[in-house]
Structure formats: C-alpha cells, structure tokens
Design a protein around this ligand. Structure first.
Ligand code: AGP
Length: 634
C-alpha cells in the first residue's frame, strides 16, 4: 500500500527520490520520508541522513529543501498507515539503534510482534509502533554476527544480512536498505509485493511501480517473488530466495502511459473521466477489427482451447473491480449462458465454495497488485492443482490495466484493458476498460457455445462500436450538468442509489464513488429491494439517484422510483428523456441504447456527479483520506 523508491548513482539522491515519490504518492500519503548516505562537505566518512514528515509529500520536500540530505545513495517512502498512527515517528525510513542503517518497506510483516519481543528481550529499544522497525534491528544484529564470523567485504555483508533476515520475515513485503558503512551498496528485496529495478544512465533505481522510474529510464527489470538484489554504481546482482545468482534480460517500458501528467484538468480524476472515449476507442480498434470469423467475434489473446469445456465461471475482485465483475457476471450468464458467481476476494480466501470441475476463475484488478485478489487466486490455484482429478485443475484469467504487475506474473492468461495509467484513487476509466473486457469475453463465449444467434452477436458488436462517440457527447454534456447539480448536495449526508439487473452494479459503483471522494454516506440497492427495509431511510433530505434504462426492468425501476417520490425523497434520474422519465425532480439524460450496453453509459453521470460534489466541497479528490490506489496489504 505504500510506495518505495531507491537510487544509487552519480547524481544527488534526494531530488531523484522526491521525484520518484511524487509518482508513487497515489499509493499512500499519510507521511513521507527519505534517507541518504553521503559525506557532508569536508567530511571523509559517509553518514546517514534521515528526513521524515507527517502528511503529504510536499511537507517532506520542504523539509529536505530547508535541511538538505546529502549523498548519491538513498531510499524513500510514501506511507499508507497500517501499524501505528500516521505520525512522524511512525514514518519510514526506520533505523537501527546506531542510526546508521535505514529501511523502507511496503507490506506487512505478520510475525513482527514475535520478532519485536525477541529484540526487546535483547535490550533493543523501539522508536515506533510499526511492524517495519524490526527489520533494521534484525539486519544490524545479523551484520554483527557476520562480522564476528569474519565477513568483512561491506557490500556483501549487507546483502548477506538482508538475505538472512528475509528468511525470518513472514508476510508480504518489498523493502530497500541503506547503511552508512556501505556508501556504494543498496540492497532491495521483495516477497508478494511489487518491486521493479530501473537501469538508468549513471544510476540504478528501484521502485514499487514503473511511473517512479519512467522519468529516468525506460529499461526495467521487474523483480520476481523472493528475490534479493544488490545495487552498486557498477551494476546489479540478483539472487533468488535460495541465494542462487539469477541472470535475466531487462525489458522496456514502451509507451507514454507511464508518464503521469494532469494536462489542463483540475484533478487526475476529471482527466481520467474525460479519457474514457479514448479508452473505448482503443478497445474497439484493438479488439473489434473487421473481418474476424463468426466463431471468434472479438480479438482476444486466447486460442480455442481457452473457451472449451467450461462449466462455470467464478470471479474474484475487490471494490470497483468487483462491480465491473458483477456486470461481467450478468453478461456471462445472461448473454453467454454460463453460470457465473462473483466473490469478494477477501472473503473467498477464507470461505471458498466447494470445488466444481471445469471452472474458469477470473481475477479482476486494475493495479494487478491487490493483495486479497492475488492471494485468493493463488489459494484457488493451489487447492485445484492438488486435486487428484484433472477436471478440477486450475484455469485462470487475469483482467488488469497493468500487464507488468504481480497478477501478470502469477496468472498465465492475461487480458490487458489498456486504459493507460490511472492516478486518481477513484477508479473511472479502468472500470470502463474492465467492462469492455467482459463484453469481449461474453461475446466470444456466446459465439463459441452458440448460446446466441449470429445476428444478436452482430448487433451487440455494432452497439459496442458506437460507444466511443456516445461517451464523447455524454461526458461533454454531463460535466456541466453535474457541476450545476453539485451545490444541491452541499448539506447532504446520505444518498441512495438504485439500479436493477445489469445496472444494479452501476448503482453500487455510484455509491462507492460518492463515498470515497465526497465522504457522503451512500448506499446502492437493487431498486426492488427498497421496500424491504431501506425505504425507511427516505425523507426530503435524502436524495435518491435512480438508473432507469429501457429494457426488461424499465417500468419496474420507474415504479420503485415513484415509491421513493411518494416518501418525499428528492429524485434524480439517470434515464433517457421522455414522458416516462418526467417523474424525476432532476434528469441526467443518457441516450436510449440497448440494455446490454447501458452500463457503459449510465456510469458516466455517476462519476461526474461524485467528482463535482467532492470538488464543490473543496475536498482532495485525487487523494481522499484513508485510501490508497493499490491495496497491497490484506
Ligand atoms: C476504486 O475507486 C477504489 N479506490 C477501490 O475500490 C479499488 O477498486 C479496489 O481497491 C480494487 O483495486 P484493484 O482494481 O487495483 O484490485
């Protein structure tokens, strides 16, 4: 959940670290810190300088500006608090008792309590409440043992100590270590948390995510699970968890998507909402080329065997990705005729249903790093592959926006939604990309299983081709409309979102968007469920936002909306213009399209309304309180 960055080379480290951290701030912004190793003017011996500040990165940048942090070697961290409050003393880097060795970490050390007790019983005093602080103390203790046993080469002593300590740590982590005694060595390690090395000109870098490297280099080396690396000004030594030296060729960041830029928009979220027509256009261009055979109407990177013999599909995801999965499940069941279930990944890990043979398990995660989703997929693959009957063996697919992520290293079949990097914590264009991925899958399954007539498939394909233009018009219109509506919500404390069928998950998504960036309490319900309890909440101060798109449940949703209106609720409709929709106090009009593709459009007014309500309240839309973009802890 936190972001880490490390650098060793010929330039001053602190500005490089701050610039890398700026690109990682979306991972957490409770506090930030850095440690550099270098000699102050006139000094011969290198010392470690540590600067830490509570709150956003700017506070750290000001501190470094005022006090400096010399050295060509350093580590940096931006924190999303797990163990210990977001206070300066809990900010990373954490140091050993001598203050000469520092560590930054992203993840959770699950056995830290045990390790801390052990270290405290040896007389070590702790300065924070974090799980991370055990690591510098353990490394320092290991270094002492190695020195006692005659190991003297300082770069390799640090490497060996980190290798030994990583074997003692339980949990998922990525870490970087510097030590004043080794001003030419930086050691990094990862287990189940991302870490990518960047090979720059004159420096080597390492970071939790590629945007932090993109300003310096396009040549990268993603670290594998369990690896430890020694970075020196001369090169990289990479070791697996058994200590075997590894040799791998670097890969290259290819597109400008790794460069983070707000363009002229006030917030990343608004820019990303406006990028959705482009996301859709790219998807159509890549996946719906002309001339594909009827049995494979969508160009996806899988051969025929991928679609064969599947009896059921289960989808594991969290948050917004789970809402996309719910739309996906509707399409896979109702359009392609395959029984499909959606699970919260965090629940599935500990209460998975009994095994059914010939199951496809789909993991949906835009970041490809969500710990719950990765762990659920890995648990599922283990229990299936250990089954004696091969019909139960694991078949998995990952849907992600980050094909270089941990998900892609864990799952063989990957569907890259190609939405370009998303910085706003509230997912928008990646949600749209995930929806498109499910349309592609549902169409190919339907065609291969003959569960739909060819003309039904052709119609849906044509409708999907029209979405990019429809989105363009819709976003232009609703940006202004939502901005005008937003002041109505200035005193609002609760909002109800209603939807049905394929648009029920969109009601959930609307409620999640509003909650996370405006801090207004919001709930999404299937419209028909209101009368079974939630209707008791209705009164004039509680707006009801209802998605009513023509289709099998259109009239039903309108009746449910009428029921709310009869309780004096302020009624806002996301629906086509027409006599039926005159019941709404305010209408956010969407075009009259087939029910199948309606979620691709009905979500847009939800996103823009949430955005403008939060912006109108003066809130930090891109970095809402308590959240982080990728949740790499359980
Ligand atoms: C989206 O607006 C949220 N910030 C959050 O629910 C997110 O969708 C969830 O954490 C899952 O992330 P993932 O797609 O990267 O796995």
């Amino acid at each position: 959940m936190c972001g880490i960055v490390a650098v060793i080379g010929s330039q001053e480290a602190a500005p490089l670290l701050l610039s890398g951290l700026r690109q990682l701030e979306y991972r957490g912004y409770d506090s930030a810190g850095l440690a550099t190793v270098g000699a102050d003017k006139g000094d011969h011996l290198a010392t470690l300088t540590c600067r830490r500040a509570k709150g956003k990165l700017n506070n750290l940048a000001e501190l470094v500006d005022r006090k400096g942090s010399p050295g060509h070697l350093g580590i940096g961290h931006t924190r999303w608090a797990t163990h210990g409050k977001p206070e300066e003393h809990n900010a990373h880097p954490h140091r050993d008792s001598s203050g000469s060795l520092a560590v930054v970490q992203n993840g959770i050390i699950e056995n830290y309590r045990f390790l801390r007790n052990e270290l405290e019983s040896e007389g070590i005093e702790f300065a924070s409440e974090t799980d991370t602080e055990v690591i510098p103390h353990l490394i320092a203790r290991e270094i002492k043992h190695l020195q006692t046993n005659g190991c003297s080469s300082s770069g390799s002593i640090l490497l060996e100590a980190v290798q030994k300590v990583s074997l003692q740590l339980k949990g998922a982590y990525a870490l970087a270590v510097v030590w004043a005694e080794t001003p030419d060595a930086l050691v990094v390690a990862r287990r189940q948390a991302p870490l990518v090395i960047g090979l720059g000109e004159g420096e080597f870098l390492c970071a939790s995510d590629t945007p932090a490297l993109a300003g310096f280099t396009r040549t990268i080396l993603p670290m594998e699970d369990g690896e430890v690396a020694l970075l020196t000004p001369l090169g990289i030594e990479l070791y697996d968890h058994t200590g075997q030296r590894q040799k791998r060729s670097p890969s290259f960041l290819t597109s400008a998507e790794h460069v983070v830029d707000k363009r002229n928009f006030r917030h990343f979220m608004l820019k990303e909402i406006h990028e959705q027509p482009e996301t859709a256009e790219l998807w159509v261009a890549r996946h719906l080329p002309n001339g594909l055979p009827e049995e494979v109407p969508v160009a996806l990177p899988f051969d025929k065997s991928f679609y064969e013999g599947i009896e059921q599909i289960q989808i594991l995801a969290c948050g917004t990705s789970r809402h996309a999965a719910m739309v996906g499940a509707y399409l896979l069941e109702q359009f392609a005729g395959i029984p499909t279930s959606v699970f919260y990944a965090s629940e599935f890990r500990y209460s998975a249903p009994p095994l059914v043979p010939n199951t496809l398990t789909i993991g949906v995660t835009q970041s490809g790093e969500t710990a719950d989703t990765l762990a659920a997929l890995s648990m599922e693959s283990e229990r299936r592959n250990s089954h004696v009957n091969s019909a139960y063996s694991s078949r998995q697919l990952g849907i992600t926006n980050r094909p270089e992520s941990s998900l892609a290293r864990q799952v063989t079949n990957i569907l890259d939604i190609g939405a370009g990097i998303e910085i706003g914590v509230a997912a928008t264009k990646t949600f749209l990309g995930q929806l498109f991925a499910f349309y592609g899958l549902a169409l190919n399954f339907a065609a291969r299983r003959n569960s739909r007539q060819p003309d039904e498939i052709r119609t849906l394909l044509e409708e999907l081709r029209s979405v990019p233009n429809q989105l363009k018009v819709l976003i232009e219109k609703h940006d202004q409309l939502s901005e005008d509506l937003a002041p109505r919500f200035s005193g609002t404390q609760d909002v109800i979102f209603l939807g049905r069928g394929i648009n029920y998950p969109i009601a959930l998504e609307g409620a999640l968007k509003l909650k996370e960036i405006s801090y207004i309490h919001a709930e999404g319900y299937p419209a028909g469920e209101m009368k079974h309890g939630p209707i008791a909440l209705l009164e004039p101060r509680v707006p009801v936002i209802s998605i009513a798109t023509p289709g099998v449940v259109f009239e039903k949703v309108l009746s449910n909306a009428q029921e709310a209106k009869a309780r004096d609720a302020q009624l806002i409709g996301i629906a086509p213009e027409g006599p039926e929709t005159e019941i709404f106090d305010a209408l956010m009009p969407i075009p009259e399209v087939s029910e199948w593709i309606s979620p691709l459009l009905s979500v847009v007014p939800m996103q823009l309304l949430s955005y403008h309500i939060a912006a109108h309240r003066g809130l930090d839309v891109d970095q809402p309180r308590n959240l982080a973009k990728s949740v790499t802890v359980e």
